[in-house]
Design a protein around this ligand. Structure first.
Ligand SMILES: [Zn+2]
Length: 257
């Protein structure tokens, strides 16, 4: 695994002035050793077991110190000042190799809200640019949340109706589009308004009636400014102009996005 000294402002998964690398150990470099409290290890294990991953990181690492242990993924520990990023292997380094992480990291872990919770996401959001992730949209207001809740209720009845009529593909498309809305609109995870729009558009071939949900959704939030949709609409408009220019009077195809 790539080596970065503790508290370095770069790691394999990001860099920035408020980024702090932790436990990016290598067999070529000495590292601090010592005993940590068992209570700290238990808290750290809980964070690792439920680690929120802002980006997928393919492949497992094998421990260079013993060659006997592999782990994938990383754990993010944000505070209001910095974000600590450690490989999930950190627990193995502490338990089996006596690695001693810096005091400030241990304090941050003990003060860190549960991974993925709204409090955690609020702390993590300012650092997302370090991971090449765009900042999330502001959470829906209480009024918008109430409207989304009504939309979801309608969707559940619709899914039940589609199941009874045997149209599993359509039911699955609608369920997939709605699956993450209930948690994300309250801040469990990241709220990206465009995700629902894109899932609905993906679901149209399976369930043409799903388009009504997007209309309702856009009525709640105003005009959809999804860059992907804007680019697609512009390219379609340009295509239509070219067709009309080449064949005056040709019938316009008003197919959906
Ligand atoms: Zn090892």
């Amino acid at each position: 695994m790539s080596f970065y000294p503790d508290l370095h402002t770069s790691s394999l998964v990001g860099h920035g002035d408020r980024h702090r690398a932790i436990a990016w150990l290598s067999s070529d470099h000495v590292f601090p050793r010592g005993k940590v409290l068992g209570t700290f290890v238990e808290v750290l294990k809980r964070h690792v077991a439920s680690a929120y991953q802002p980006l997928a990181f393919a492949g497992a690492h094998t421990c260079e110190l013993c060659g006997d242990y592999s782990a994938a993924g990383n754990v993010w520990v944000p505070t209001s000042d910095v974000v600590y990023i450690a490989p999930e292997m950190i627990v193995h380094y502490i338990v089996d190799h006596d690695y001693l992480p810096p005091d400030e990291f241990r304090q941050a872990v003990e003060g860190c809200p549960p991974q993925g919770s709204p409090e955690f996401m609020r702390l993590l959001a300012p650092y997302l640019s370090y991971f090449g992730t765009s900042p999330p949209d502001p959470l829906p207001t209480p009024h918008q949340q109430a409207q989304i809740a009504k939309l979801l209720t309608t969707a559940f009845y619709d899914i039940a109706r589609l199941c009874r009529s045997g149209d599993a593909t359509a039911a699955a498309a609608l369920a997939t589009a709605c699956a993450d809305l209930p948690s994300e609109m309250h801040g469990w995870g990241l709220w990206y308004r465009h995700i629902f729009s894109r899932l609905v558009r993906n679901g149209r071939p399976s369930y043409p009636g799903i388009g009504a949900y997007l209309d309702e959704y856009n009525a709640i939030f105003g005009e959809d400014t999804d860059p992907e949709l804007t680019a697609y609409t512009a390219s379609q408009a340009s295509l239509m102009r070219n067709i009309k220019g080449a064949e005056p009077g040709a019938a316009a195809d008003s197919g959906g996005v």
